[in-house]
Design a protein around this ligand. Structure first.
Ligand SMILES: C[S@@+](CC[C@H](N)C(=O)[O-])C[C@H]1O[C@@H](n2cnc3c(N)ncnc32)[C@H](O)[C@@H]1O
Length: 251
């Protein structure tokens, strides 16, 4: 059984993830137009199957997507062939937190829990170091993390399944106050049989204060904290906090 490599679920991720990608992409595009109107080159960190990366490409940005899962990247690579100009998207297989780019970018985005997958807090710290290192002065950072509310109410003892013509997926989660363990089992129909693939994933809950402290440590100006890719302020039932920050010019 693999841990956190998305090998078991990459093939069906897009079908069951249930995220409002149009909203996410519109939020990022709007934030960039507002805070860095000349932004042209973006990096999607933990891009997975590339939906956000390619959505931003369609909005006219040059995009690089990095992810540690070759299976998720294979999905992204397939997807880009169906998009006009998709060949311009560059997908790189790299493990976080110590990723490398060829040069600096105008914005970094990291969507749908990618930061929570860094379960060692020192790795999260290093990721912010690299965010800063690879952003141009004034560059914009947009990312999300799951809230304690989501872990405690939704994921504490979670169990769900997803079913369609050729895949059955079961997903259960437990949260211990710090770490959330997800067990995923996918059955893929192959002829008359189903092939079983298991995966375990581990996430860490990071409080808002921890994220704010890291932004401060790495000289980011906090531009906003919103409720799940909206301009709304977070409330007690917010499941995902969205941070927008700008690299301060302190060289
Ligand atoms: C829930 S998916 C989100 C994918 C994409 N951002 C989206 O919005 O659909 C989290 C992604 O983070 C990647 N990831 C998690 N831990 C990682 C690590 N240590 N290094 C590189 N990628 C990682 C996974 O491979 C996966 O594609």
């Amino acid at each position: 059984m693999s841990m956190n490599d998305f090998a078991a679920i990459a093939r069906c991720y897009d079908r069951f993830v249930g995220a409002d990608y149009e909203k996410i992409i519109a939020f990022i595009d709007h934030a960039l137009k507002k805070h860095f109107p000349d932004a042209s080159l973006l990096c999607d960190v933990g891009c997975g199957s590339g939906t956000v990366t390619l959505g931003l490409l369609k909005k006219g940005y040059d995009v690089i997507g990095i992810d540690g899962s070759i299976d998720m990247l294979a999905e992204a690579q397939n997807k880009k062939s169906g998009i006009p100009g998709g060949e311009k998207a560059l997908f790189l297989c790299q493990q976080l937190p110590d990723f490398e780019l060829y040069g600096t970018v105008d914005a970094m985005v990291s969507t749908l829990d990618t930061l929570n997958y860094l379960t060692d807090p020192s790795d999260l710290d290093r990721l912010f170091y690299w965010f800063r290192n690879y952003l141009n002065p004034g560059g914009i950072l947009i990312f999300d993390v799951n809230t304690l509310y989501k872990y405690q109410t939704l994921l504490q003892h979670y169990c769900a399944s997803y079913d369609d013509e050729d895949v059955f997926l079961s997903w259960s989660s437990q949260f211990d106050g710090q770490l959330c363990c997800h067990q995923l089992t996918a059955f893929y129909k192959t002829g008359a049989l189903y092939r079983r693939c298991d995966e375990e994933q581990l996430q860490r809950y990071y409080p808002l204060e921890k994220i704010v402290a890291l932004l401060k440590k790495y000289d980011f100006e906090l531009l906003g904290i919103g409720d799940d890719y909206s301009e709304d302020a977070p409330c007690a039932e917010t499941q995902r906090l969205t941070f927008t920050a700008r690299k301060k010019d302190v060289e």
